[in-house]
Design a protein around this ligand. Sequence first.
Ligand code: ADP
Length: 844
Amino acid sequence: MSIDSVDLNKITPMMRQYIETKKQNRDIILFYRLGDFYEMFFEDAITVSHELELTLTGKSAGLDERIPMCGVPYHSANVYIEKLVAKGYKVGICEQLEDPKQAKGIVKRGMVQIVSSGTLFNESLNEKENNYIGGIIDFNYGYAVCYSDITTGEIYTFLLEHNPTKLVSEIVSLGIKEIVVSENFNKDVYALLKNNFKITVSIFDEKQDLEQYHYIYEDIADARLIEAIKYLLSYINYTQFRDLSHLQKAIIKENKNYLKMDIHTKRNLELTETLRLKQRNHSLIWLLDKTKTAMGSRLLKNFIENPLVDQKEIERRYDCIEKLLEEFILTNDLEKYLLEVYDLERLSGRIAFGSANARDMLQLKNSLKVLPNIKDILTKIEFYKNIETLDDLYNLLEASIYENPPVTVKEGYIIKEGYNHELDELKELRKGGKDFIAKFENEERDRTGIKNLKVGYNKVFGYYIEISKGNIGLIKDEYGYERKQTLSNCERYISPILKEKENLILNAEEKIVDLEYQLFIEIRDKVKEYIPKLQNISKVISEIDCLQAFANVSSNYNYVRPKLTTDRLVKIIDDRHPVVEQVLETEYVPNDIIMDEKTNILLITGPNMAGKSTYMRQLAITVIMAQIGCFVPAKEATLPIFDAIFTRIGASDDLVSGESTFMVEMKEANNAISNATSNSLILFDELGRGTATFDGMALAQAIIEYIHDHIKCKTLFSTHYHELTDLENNLVNLKNIHVSAHEEDGNITFLHKIKNGSIDKSYGIHVAKLANLPDSLIKRANQILSVYENKEKKRDFIIQESLPLDDLIKEESEIEKELKKINPLEMTPIDAITFLYELKEKIK
Ligand code: ADP
């Protein structure tokens, strides 16, 4: 049964109301509030019951058939909403907008929020990661993108060339969870984001000019960026149904300010998650994240994904780390105070959103309490930014909020005594009433002589007198007890005096709860005015938190401050891979990476498992660590500032499916050589191995020559084609290095030590042996190898022959020689024509 096939004349008014709302929100699962439940109907009910394994029931609504229905209790709805959102659905929450008791006719209902993966706003979010939602405007010649984390209020925007692959790479690389696009957006990109990268894609075609958000883009001049910002804000407004005053001014993200890395590189280098298991464990961020606050942890991720290129900014971070290492007692205190700082960024969001409770206020107060100490330390270590301490806000919260408030804000027990006179009076009254009840219980025991007489309370009868079965005979009419309830072992009574006091107490109770709620909202609104200040504090705190994390790892793992040079010199002594070093059970073997001004390419040979890719990765990681402003895992390091890193290491996950590994490999190689500058770093691991030997070798050589002659950037190139090591003779900026293995009695051990020169043995069969392939198979492989090695001699000859071919191509042709001889300015037109004619004849 579908909503479109229902006869609206036959159906109940409530169901008609449902269908009308649903028809306007077809791509959204409606959580429809009915009393204490959210109910789903029709297709939604079937989907949800299936996805969440809930019982599918039915509701009679005037039709012959019952309408499919399934529901969840409203107080635990969050769990179900999160599960649906995690599966890529969007959930619309439809509330009762008026009190059912006071409603005339059918209760008014309306949508109060649409929850999707990019607009989630609750406890389940990972505090160490931002939750971004992005909007894309396609201008046909380019894209404008705006993305925001609505829990923290950050907004960024940038322009991008009209290249769908780059767009996808950027979106995935930023970790955006939900993308909003227009109906006529590129369908391939849409499908790719949705199916390959599990990003929620929402279609939305409205652009509003929302006055309350003008401040967000008032400093931005580019109309395209403004359009993208307005578009995203319109969507946020459409899903959240409220003004979000914590949204911050948009920041233009310019790629030229950061070390460029595409999504493959970020993944290959395992910066924020490992390649195979997609886990944070054993990634670079896992190693570096010694932050103490959630805000710091999120900023660290941002740092790692966006290394800097501005030397001054990088050195400033080094200076701070150096200071923190010197002042280790202050640093210790700083760590202690940072641990007390709550997630002020997301708290600001919750305050603006109206979902912050009294516990949040208490946490805010506790954070504010340590701000003077942090401020003091920042001054002492000469940190260039400082923080405001917001003493008046602290005093307000200290004077108003109890130390142990409940989660809900509508049950009282939030506001301290002494904060509000009227509240104190009401509490006195309530206390008087309760004191009276205690006294009354004693007096009645004396009067009746019933020792176990009790005064109790429940919601149905209010205050009552409870008498056990054996003592009932002792009750006299003159006491004025009126029987209300009979239980198996006792009877419960009420009395007029008790009822009178009960009214007083309950009245006071109700007023207290109302007043406390009202006072709490007032306090929350006051805190709201501090949001911009809290956001500024958050920025400084998260930055110093990241830098203390860097200081922490630098001292614990023996990292050094890099020397940044403007010369084209890489000189790293005893470099290590910081993560492998920590994870490895055996000792890590440090290696030097030296490329002087004349050396641009290191060609690395050596057997499998020797440590070639680890060596390449460790250079990239060292560069990234240096450019995020952290010390590096080496004894000594001199480095230039790189503008981009391109890698082709390990298995690639293709952005566009349906292409062979080799095709993807070539595309990545192309991406590198067409975008790299002389200041970039390229890492190619066994490029060309995905095709036949000669093909692969030819391509590898051509690519090396291209980089050598045209790009001239620092490059590490590992290969099994030891024929390529001859290139050292022809290419002046290329140097051979190798990782050797130690062979004894047919067994090999890997030393992981990089040395100059090349090696021509692959030890593939040895590695196969280490992997425990059957002995007979290994024997056979050795036999086949010796046959090939005999043939190889011939092949070597061919390769050597083919190398000078290159020179042949470079040799001047006849025509060129002739052309060089003449000077057109000194020729008569007739001579010129004759000369041209002769040239033409020569070609024939
Ligand atoms: P290759 O690329 O030459 O096949 P890898 O770089 O993948 O080799 O290294 C293989 C293994 O050797 C790694 O998983 C690591 O455990 C170990 N390894 C590599 N380099 C070192 C090193 N410098 N010190 C210690 N162990 C290393």
